[in-house]
Structures are given as C-alpha cells and as structure tokens.
Write a protein that binds this ligand. Structure first.
Ligand SMILES: C/C1=C2N=C(/C=C3N=C(/C(C)=C4\N[C@@](C)([C@@H]5N=C1[C@](C)(CCC(=O)O)[C@H]5CC(=O)O)[C@@](C)(CC(=O)O)[C@@H]4CCC(=O)O)[C@@](C)(CC(=O)O)[C@@H]\3CCC(=O)O)C(C)(C)[C@@H]/2CCC(=O)O
Length: 233
C-alpha cells in the first residue's frame, strides 16, 4: 500500500464514515486517528524519537493531557529499542500490561514477556508477609534476569520496589517504563523514578495505567522493527 494512496484514503474518510462505515479498514482508522492527534496536539517539545511514543499513548487513551505529561530520560528511547532488538526480556507488573503488548513483535527478536503477579509462590508469600504481590513479583523478576525492560502500568508498589532494588544495586534494567495509575503513591513513585540514573519513560501525575504501559512498549517495538528494515535496505 503506497503512502500516497493512504493519504488519499484518509482525506476521503468523512465520506466513508458518513456513507459506509462498514468498509473502513482497521489501518485506515488508525491512520486517521494519528492524523487527528498531530493536528490537535499543537506545539510541544518532544524530540523526533519521543513523539511516536507520545502519539501512541494519546491514541490509546484519547487523553492529550496524559500524552503531554510523559517524561523521558535522554537515553530512554534508544535503550528501549536496543533492548527489544537484543531480545531482552520484558517484565510487566500485571497481566493486563502483558496482554496489551504486541507479542509477536517481541518474540520476533527472541524476546519474552514475563509477569509473576499470579505465580503461586507469590500469592502465598504475599499472604504470609502481608505485603503486595506486586512487590514480591518485582523481587522475583529482578533475581532471575539481567537487564530487560520493566513495564509498570498498574501497581505503584511495584515501581517503588524496583526503584529500591536499583538503588541497592540488585537490579539493572535497560529501561523502566513506570506509568502506574491511581491515588496512593502513583505520582510519588514516578517522581522518585525521575531521580534515578537509569533510562526511564514515565509521566507526571496520577494518570497512567496498563494500556499506557503496553502502548509505550508497542511504540518501541514498532520503532525496533523500523530500525531493522532501515538497516536491511
Ligand atoms: C492498589 C491497587 C490498585 N489497582 C488498581 C487498578 C486495577 N487493578 C486491577 C487488577 C485486576 C489488579 N490489581 C492488582 C495489581 C492489585 N491492585 C492494587 C494492589 C492492591 C496493590 C498494588 C500497589 O499498590 O502497588 C494490587 C494487589 C497486589 O498485591 O499487588 C491485582 C494483583 C489485584 C488482584 O487480583 O489480587 C490485579 C492484577 C491481576 C493480574 O494481573 O493478574 C484492575 C483491572 C481492577 C479493575 O479496575 O477492575 C485495575 C486495572 C488498572 C490498570 O490500568 O492496570 C488501582 C486503581 C490502580 C489501584 C492503585 C492505586 C490506588 O488505589 O490509589
């Protein structure tokens, strides 16, 4: 499908929506969405490499304020793309993040997505210790893998524990995607993350969530694929 063809289709979208919504192709809907996001976002200071991630988060949430609240460590995008292309593991805090990640784009590079929140040992130990499963799941993941991408979209305690483990030298992630949502400790955990000298992608404030974390990984995996294509040309 050529680019010109796509652009014409997008311009013709109003016609399709009005007269024949059933004929709209999924790709066309996504293209139209991204066109609308670019039109509506206005001035911003995100770099060329950061902007595709911002756009995908807005696309997922329809929330410009959330998109604009994203914050990037200067090395974050490069580190994320590199880790995916190296087939590094992706650790998620909850199953919702794992489910939202475009799996084949990760496995294509030899990568794997891991989530320990439902592991029997984690459930049992959390009850015994009376602490969150999220904390224990992070401890388990960091004890088993070197580097990797940690994508946290739900649990503030997962992010706080990961930060603690990094500070102790017990974890050295290639990238931390820290966008937990909510009222208790979510905002504060993200502020702490921005003090670390580890590549991170986060946002300011209470907003976030599993779809946001998954969207960020998906944007990075698309970019990793593009780098591969560019190198093979
Ligand atoms: C405090 C927690 C919050 N959870 C939120 C929102 C959602 N959580 C869903 C589900 C199904 C799960 N949440 C747990 C991770 C569970 N949630 C918590 C904890 C109590 C503590 C986490 C923390 O403070 O860091 C956490 C339990 C734990 O021991 O870690 C989950 C494990 C609960 C469970 O089933 O036992 C579970 C994840 C299960 C899995 O992946 O297998 C929701 C889908 C619930 C819903 O809305 O129906 C939802 C998902 C939101 C998202 O985008 O991910 C909050 C609101 C974020 C809240 C944290 C903030 C707050 O309360 O202020």
């Amino acid at each position: 499908m050529s680019c010109k063809w796509n652009q014409r289709k997008v311009r013709d979208m109003d016609f399709f929506v009005e007269f024949s919504p059933i004929t709209i192709q999924p790709q066309e809907i996504e293209l139209k969405s991204f066109e609308m996001i670019e039109e509506e976002i206005g001035n911003h200071s995100f770099s060329e490499e950061q902007f595709p991630i911002v756009k995908r988060v807005i696309h997922t949430t329809a929330d410009f304020e959330l998109g604009r609240s994203l914050r990037f460590h200067p090395e974050a995008v490069k580190a994320g793309i590199f880790a995916i292309r190296q087939g590094k593991k992706i650790v998620t805090d909850v199953e919702m993040v794992k489910a939202g990640i475009h799996q084949s784009r990760i496995t294509h590079f030899g990568g794997q997505i891991i989530c320990h929140i439902r592991d029997e040992d984690i459930v049992k130990e959390a009850k015994e210790q009376n602490i969150t499963r999220s904390i224990l799941a992070m401890q388990k993941a960091t004890s088993q893998i070197e580097g990797g991408i940690f994508a946290i979209g739900n649990a503030p305690t997962a992010l706080l524990e990961l930060i603690r483990l990094v500070k102790l030298g017990k974890a050295k992630p290639d990238l931390i995607i820290g966008v937990p949502v909510g009222f208790v400790s979510a905002k504060e955990a993200k502020e702490e993350l921005q003090k670390l000298d580890v590549p991170y992608i986060t946002n300011q404030g209470r907003k976030g969530g599993s779809p946001v974390a998954a969207a960020i990984v998906n944007a990075l995996s698309l970019m990793a694929q593009q780098v591969n294509r560019d190198e093979n040309e």
